[in-house]
Design a binder for this molecule. Structure first.
Ligand SMILES: *[C@@H]1O[C@H](CO)[C@@H](O)[C@H](O)[C@H]1NC(C)=O
Ligand SMILES: *[C@@H]1O[C@H](CO)[C@@H](O)[C@H](O)[C@H]1NC(C)=O
Ligand SMILES: *[C@@H]1O[C@H](CO)[C@@H](O)[C@H](O)[C@H]1NC(C)=O
Ligand SMILES: *[C@@H]1O[C@H](CO)[C@@H](O)[C@H](O)[C@H]1NC(C)=O
Length: 434
């Protein structure tokens, strides 16, 4: 993707604003739980730095489906590799962007919010080899709170693929499967998001980064379940809780999706259903157990043979950065057959030639409810969760087959408050007008 000449924000101006108005909560005494929220900006919405105004709506849909497919590929590689290798290959191309600041005085960073990876990193000065970035680069020398992580520290020793340089700095490398990579030093910094300031967050200060990253973003905020993710690092101060509410595609230009932490992330009420998070390797991914799916009167179950095998637990990853929902091929085929016999609309071929099962539709979007059965949690998907329009008069099933992995994607999660509780080890769903 090319870069665009306009600057996202004027840095000296932003600094001035911050010096005058910056007053935030500090987590130095992090024994009590705090609640705070931030916007999650969909990469294809008008407020996103990735927004390309010359694309049509359906070109954006097409791009989203393509990115979804390549993300499945990275997840597959990560899950198939050995544990050691899998921590090096992480999913790329998340869908939501988050506005954070790093350092003192605070420096703005627009980073991809990624539930499929752990490390927080940004491009740093002095770069030996950085990709071209629209926004200014983070300069560690301009921050009074920046510290290199020493080699002997547990932060360095525990980090997968870290190495020590001669001068006692801890270097890291991450690879994203398609030869995209970030290489640099591990450091600690004050990170702020929403209304709070978190000191001592370990992050990667990347001086050699490249591949398919877009110049409009300046890094990644890893929200996965592994030890170096933002969530794990804030663990006790947010009581292991975060949630998000994703706005449907049709309203993304009028309002922003939200992510909540700590006390703001509690999901409660009569309509809440919860399912266990299964501990699996790699710990980055949030794995749930899918038992079956109902459409109309047909309940399609995962094979009873396989449900008694250990692999049946944690058989699907929940991810906000994958657009479609992916099912193992054999199960997908049986589910698709059930959709075909239940939906009485006129079949059509996908104008984008990406999805398997499509129908001719008018303006109304009348499809049967599809209920996804996780262990202990029946999640009722509305038509906007299960079907996607790929042209003005065609809507397609927003599910696809995958050989090695299953992923519960973001279309399926729109208009639900989805809450993660890493102490109780549950994910909860509550139907919500986001
Ligand atoms: C925006 O989309 C147009 C049309 O596909 C493309 O030619 C152009 O390179 C895109 N611009 C950016 C910045 O990606
Ligand atoms: C990120 O935050 C800064 C400072 O509040 C603001 O100027 C900027 O517009 C925000 N960027 C986006 C994409 O919301
Ligand atoms: C430490 O060494 C690395 C290369 O091994 C170099 O890139 C870096 O600038 C050095 N850092 C300091 C603080 O001297
Ligand atoms: C998070 O905190 C809880 C309770 O304070 C603890 O049991 C758990 O091990 C911590 N998890 C991580 C990843 O640090």
């Amino acid at each position: 993707m090319g870069t665009n000449s306009h600057s996202l924000f004027s840095f000296p101006f932003a600094i001035t604003i911050f010096i005058i108005f910056f007053s935030t909560f500090s987590l130095t005494e992090a024994n009590s739980t705090l609640g705070f929220s931030v916007d999650l900006i969909h990469r294809d919405s008008q407020s996103s730095p990735f927004y390309n105004s010359s694309l049509t709506h359906f070109e954006r849909v097409s791009n989203a489906l393509r990115r979804s497919q390549s993300r499945v590929h990275y997840f597959s590689v990560a899950c198939m590799s050995s544990e050691q290798a899998s921590s090096e290959v992480i999913a790329i191309g998340g869908v939501y962007v988050m506005n954070i600041t790093l350092g003192t005085p605070p420096f703005n960073i627009l980073a991809i919010a990624d539930t499929g990876s752990d490390l927080i990193w940004t491009q740093c000065m002095p770069c030996t080899d950085c990709y071209k970035q629209t926004a200014p680069l983070f300069n560690p020398k301009s921050s009074s709170t920046y510290k290199d992580v020493p080699c002997g520290s547990s932060e360095c020793q525990d980090f997968p693929r870290s190495s020590c340089s001669d001068n006692d700095t801890c270097e890291y490398s991450v690879l994203y499967g398609d030869r995209s990579h970030s290489h640099g030093v591990l450091a600690t910094e004050t990170l702020s998001l929403g209304s709070i300031n978190v000191p001592g967050i370990v992050f990667g200060c990347g001086f050699d980064n490249g591949g398919t990253f877009s110049g409009d973003g300046s890094g990644i905020v890893g929200l996965g379940g592994g030890p170096v993710s933002l969530i794990s690092q804030m663990n006790s101060s947010i009581d292991g809780k975060f949630s998000y509410c994703l706005v449907p595609m049709s309203s993304q230009n009028s309002k922003s999706s939200q992510m909540h932490f700590g006390d703001n992330a509690i999901v409660s009420g009569l309509e809440v259903v919860s399912t266990p998070i299964i501990s699996k390797s790699p710990s980055t991914f949030y794995s749930l157990t899918l038992e079956g799916i109902t459409i109309g009167r047909q309940k399609v179950q995962l094979n009873s043979d396989s449900s008694s095998s250990p692999n049946a637990f944690g058989n699907i990853i929940i991810d906000s950065g994958t657009t479609l929902t992916y099912l193992r091929s054999d199960f997908y085929d049986r589910f698709e057959a059930a959709v075909k016999t239940t939906v009485k609309l006129q079949p059509a071929s996908d104008p984008l030639q990406m999805l398997n099962l499509c129908y001719r539709v008018g303006d109304n979007f009348a499809f049967p409810i599809i209920t996804v059965h996780f262990t202990g949690a029946d999640v009722k998907l509305n038509p906007i969760n299960a079907f996607v329009k790929t042209s003005n008069d065609v809507a397609c099933l927003a599910f696809a087959p995958a050989n090695t992995i299953a992923i519960f994607g973001n279309l399926a999660q729109m208009n639900f408050l989805v809450g993660y509780d890493l102490i109780k080890r549950t994910v909860s769903f509550k139907p919500t007008e986001c």
